[in-house]
Design a protein around this ligand. Structure first.
Ligand code: CP
Length: 313
């Protein structure tokens, strides 16, 4: 594997999950693999988990991570071709990606969508430009349309906590005060479609995710109906896809409560707004997997970096 930009880069998710569990049981086993190799982490947006877990993963493999907050600290980067750069941007991605490639053996990038320009977001301008102009492998740390490190993490976590062979997994939309991206939801859908699970999506009318991603996965607009016999409820807010980037209404009654959850385990990628997305009683109970889930971010990232390092030419 050269780049990890999408869940679709995973050839066999079951094998990957088993490899990640092995890494988790002995995180320093391959601590010579990345010796004298540098991982550059470029953040166009905020992060806690991705920033720290990806560095931790690199350190476990003996790599040297270096981090930059691109939006705050670097020159404004131009992504359009042939433009006269007489505005806010001072450096073109062609130079920026080529230069960073000389300092780093792998480049990891986080760049969120605009949520105002669907075509631009779906073109994955930032991630695609780094992939095109960098001469080293690229890892997606959450792009406009996908968060594949999170999706792999979620697959590992479900595998670890499943008590039956084909658990029922529900991806449920939940309310939020801000318009949020579709990336986590998209990658979770793609990861579950690769696993042997009974997977359904629950969201209010108007919030269906991109049909090219959801495909044949059943979508319920009745949360209670979707939650029947659920083993895992994975919760995430996203803005409307059909009315792109809009909050149609708050739908506060979609908040996850202990009563709705029943015996299911609760999952969320974090950060989460308490008592808006999910009530305290869920997060503070044994039903919540969110802390264990966040721990698995390290081993998902470590597996991805290991696979890239093993193929490094
Ligand atoms: N889940 C996740 O990606 O968290 P951060 O935004 O804090 O990195």
């Amino acid at each position: 594997m050269k780049n990890y930009t999408s869940i679709q880069n995973i050839d066999n998710i079951n094998t990957w999950i088993e490899e990640a569990k092995e890494l988790k049981s002995n995180p320093l086993k391959y601590n010579e693999l990345g010796k004298n190799k540098t991982l550059g982490l470029l953040f166009f947006n905020s992060s806690l988990r991705t920033r720290l877990s990806t560095q931790k993963a690199a350190l476990n493999l003996g790599m040297n991570p270096i981090v930059m907050n691109v939006s705050g600290d670097a020159w404004g980067i131009e992504f359009a071709d042939g433009t006269a750069m007489n505005g806010k941007t001072a450096e073109h991605i062609k130079e920026a990606a080529a230069v960073v490639s000389q300092y780093c053996d792998i480049i990891a990038v986080r760049a969120f969508p605009t949520l105002t320009d669907k075509e631009k977001d779906e073109s994955e301008e930032v991630l695609r430009s780094f992939t095109k102009y960098a001469s080293v492998p690229i890892v997606n740390m959450e792009s406009a349309t996908g968060h594949p490190l999170q999706g792999l993490t979620d697959a590992i976590t479900i595998s670890e906590h499943a008590k039956i062979s084909k658990p029922k997994v529900v991806l449920s939309w939940a309310p939020h005060i801000k318009a949020l991206p579709h990336a986590v939801g998209n990658s979770f859908v793609q990861a579950m479609q690769k696993m042997d699970v009974n997977f359904v999506i629950a969201n209010p009318e108007g919030y269906d995710l991109n049909p090219q991603i959801t495909g044949d996965t059943p979508i319920y607009h009745d949360q209670e109906e979707a939650f029947k016999d659920a083993d895992f409820v994975y919760t995430k807010n996203w803005s409307s896809y059909s009315q792109y980037g809009k909050i149609l209404n708050i739908n506060a009654d979609w908040m996850i409560t202990k009563e709705k959850l029943g015996n299911a385990k609760f999952m969320h990628c974090l950060p989460v707004r308490r008592n808006v997305v999910v009530e305290d009683a869920v997060l503070d109970s044994d039903s919540s997997l969110v802390i264990k889930q966040a721990n698995n971010r390290t081993y998902a990232a470590q597996l991805v970096l290991k696979k890239i390092l093993e193929n490094y030419v």
